[in-house]
Design a protein around this ligand. Structure first.
Ligand code: SF4
Ligand code: SF4
Length: 369
């Protein structure tokens, strides 16, 4: 299951200029999962996993998150619905004013579960659809029945009045299906379609030859840009940081100015938010820049979340864009893009190294506003 964000956010008022406004937290509430998808970040299986935060620790964590800001909190896993106390957790976060969303795999969402989600204040769920057909999606995820389960789950949450977004992991094998998946998302009544470019960690490592190359990446993101005005869905290229470079290059070529009024949140967000607006918390309470960047920043059972978010040397480094290395370091777009730190880390062992999957050669353009 993805630990990935739905990226709309509520910028908090503090921290301007320090690149530390917490917008989004993905919390792996459990590592237990009833499925074993081929590209799972967590390589989760049917646990139990030792050391999971208990209910009291979960409430304390939410208190500490709310003391830092008002981010969206994504309850992820594993399969979050395998936690008995998941609705208490959702309710607790909701009462603190946090926007609680969930990333379940769909198989456990009955009509009754969807009702409980709505009653506990879950505002949105994400559903993964990686192929336009049942045959393709099931093969892609390596799980028979995953497609039907996703559609079934969607039908129930829709009936319960919860909005949903479609998440698609893009690889070589499903690249040509993205237009049909977008169409399917529209037909299903999704509010958003988020595409994720495969990051080779977890089980995804074994399908690393499925990662698309920098050129195909560039073409996909340009296509994605072209869809913006053709669909009513909120489109988001997630973990494809150079989409924010392409957005600016294309807008400039079209003589447009990027503002909140013309481009919405795309105008104010950044490509990679790891450690600047976003972080991941593991099932045992380890804080990381994101679920794919396996660099430990602290442990919420030892320190408060606020301490870790404000003082972790890893976070402080990620917020200092001048410390980016290689071509990301000299790139005109590094403040709006930043490259994928997980891919850099996976490729080199250095999370500040240059993004390995970018076709852009810095130094050719004036710095974007
Ligand atoms: S490091 Fe990569 S995978 Fe992690 S949030 Fe940034 S773009 Fe996404
Ligand atoms: S060189 Fe790095 S910062 Fe520049 S566009 Fe490519 S990935 Fe982004």
């Amino acid at each position: 299951m993805h630990a990935h964000p739905s990226k709309s956010g509520h910028p908090a008022s503090h921290g301007a200029g320090k690149n530390d406004t917490l917008r989004l937290v993905a919390w792996e509430t459990t590592r237990n999962c009833n499925l074993a998808c081929v590209h799972c970040r967590a390589a989760a299986t049917n646990g139990p996993y030792a050391g999971e935060l208990d209910t009291d620790q979960a409430f304390k964590l939410l208190d500490e998150i709310a003391a830092v800001g008002q981010p969206i909190v994504i309850l992820t896993g594993g399969e979050p619905l395998l936690r008995d106390d998941i609705f208490d957790i959702a309710k607790y976060g909701d009462r603190l004013g946090l926007r609680m969303v969930m990333a379940p795999n769909g198989t456990l969402i009955t009509a009754a579960v969807a009702q409980r989600m709505a009653a506990s204040g879950i505002r949105r769920i994400s559903a993964s659809i990686d192929g336009a057909t049942k045959a393709f999606h099931d093969k892609f995820r390596g799980v028979d029945g995953a497609f039907d389960a996703a559609l079934q789950g969607i039908a129930h949450v829709k009936a319960a009045g919860i909005e949903f977004q479609i998440n698609t992991t893009v690889t070589k094998s499903n690249l040509d299906q993205i237009p049909q998946i977008l169409k399917l998302a529209e037909q299903l009544g999704a509010v958003a379609h988020h595409i994720f470019l495969l990051v080779p960690t977890g089980r995804g490592k074994y399908i690393v030859d499925q990662a698309i190359d920098a050129q195909a990446y560039e073409e996909t993101l340009n296509w994605f840009y072209d869809q913006r005005e053709k669909t009513s869905l909120q489109l988001k290229a997630t973990c494809a940081p150079h989409y924010y470079r392409i957005l600016r290059q294309r807008a400039r070529a079209e003589g447009k100015t990027i503002t909140f009024a013309t481009h919405g949140l795309d105008a104010v967000t950044r490509g990679c938010l790891a450690g600047t607006g976003f972080c991941f918390i593991s099932h045992t309470g380890i804080v990381q820049p994101c679920g794919y960047t396996d660099v430990q920043c602290g442990d919420v059972t030892q320190n408060t979340f606020g301490d870790i978010w404000r003082h972790s040397p890893v976070f402080l480094k990620l917020r200092d864009f001048k410390q980016l290395e290689g071509k990301c370091g000299i790139c005109e777009y590094h403040a709006v893009c930043g490259g994928c730190r997980a891919r850099a880390f996976e490729a080199t062992g250095n999370f500040m190294a240059e993004e390995p999957l970018c076709a852009y050669q810095p130094g050719k353009e004036a710095a974007p506003r």
